[in-house]
Design a protein around this ligand. Sequence first.
Ligand SMILES: Cc1ncc(COP(=O)(O)O)c(C=O)c1O
Length: 469
Amino acid sequence: MKEHLKHDLEQINHLLDIIKKQGVEYLKLIGARPTSVNHIPLWETQNLPESGYGTEETLKIFNQRFEPIMVGSSGPRYLGFVTGGTTPASVAGDWLTSIYDQNTQSTIGQGDISANIELETIHLILELLGLPDSFLGGFVTGATMSNFTCLGVARQWVGKEQGKDIAKEGISGLIKILTATPHSSSIKSLSLLGLGSNNIVKVKTAEGEREAICIRDLEDQMIKLNGEPFILISSGGTVNTVDFDDFMEIKKLKEQYNFWWHIDAAFGGFAACSETHSHLVKGWEYADSITVDCHKWLNVPYESAVFLIKEQYKILQVETFQNSNAPYLGDPLENFGYLNFLPENSRRLKALPAWFSLMAYGREGYKNIINQNISLANQFGQLLERSNDFKLLAPVRLNTVCFTLKDSEKQDEVGRFLETLNDTGKVFMTPTFYNGHSGIRAAFVNWMTGENDIQLIFETMNEVITQLK
Ligand SMILES: Cc1ncc(COP(=O)(O)O)c(C=O)c1O
């Protein structure tokens, strides 16, 4: 092992060169890389080698066993889930994150300065999204963890309103959560936080087959709570049909009722970058906390998301996340350190890929990516609407197209169609269920996707549907 380490260090230049070459080839040909593996081969799990192989030999093993079946998930025709691409600058930042391997914690005192880079990146994100600096933010692994972090502080806020310190005392009694169409990750967070996913008060959705919250019913539910503090989870883009709650109306309710307002804007928040769509998030700055994913529309590698929580709740945040039995860490309110403001203690410099990308492409660059994806989603939606075989399940509001087979008798075949389509390896989409229909979602969140991809996708869909007839 020692020999391998010594040799690897001596050969580091050569090793990084061959990795770079392989990475460049992958990125250059990513458009041609299959978007799925039809049948994941059965392989024998290998045992831990006694003295190891060294890096070059290990790369050969990786290339033999795994590389050929890696899918082009950051490529232009991967429209599954809400999977963002990776900009070249973000890849550069990501590589350097590993090279420098900082443990990102405090902004003052002895130690490294990576937390300052993180705070600066949060400032850049707030600027990009047109949000005020009154939000304190940080990086976590994804929108799930961001929802968890925000709802953790919301829980502490409700406790304080009820005269309890939940972080110290634990939960006693019910905390009501009002929401209409929450993402599954918020429900998961409620379970994790001991708030209980059953304690949701399901608010009606707005009329007209919408997923957005019905403001009238929301107010009715608030009245029923009779002054009891509660949490509202609202949607800044539902995952199925990208519907947005009316934030200006919620702002008005906030002036009258006592609640913590959380917005899950994992990808929809980027509507703020587009002149034609920024109205969708109008008023979101009045929320107490917001979730924004960076590995989606910011196009940085997994795992990257931010929580944005109003700085005025700093104390509640510290109460929730502080390492209270470690006096050597100092007073968290005086010595800012991320480890007292979010779930993880040790953490890599997650902000660096985002910092690189924001600095490299700026406001204009992101505006172009967002507008391009919106335009492509609309073009794709129009093709479907004009076709004899497909129909939209919801209007294209932003960047996602939710559709199904036109023939309502063929509902049972939606799954088979999608499986066959994904098996082509030319495009990847995800199944869904919406408004009583089996459906398909195609999410446009990749800077590389172009009009030629839309044509290729549509042609492939037509080939598959003809083949299945
Ligand atoms: C609205 C919304 N919230 C939360 C999530 C969860 O994101 P992540 O997978 O990054 O945890 C998603 C993922 O698609 C989402 O669309």
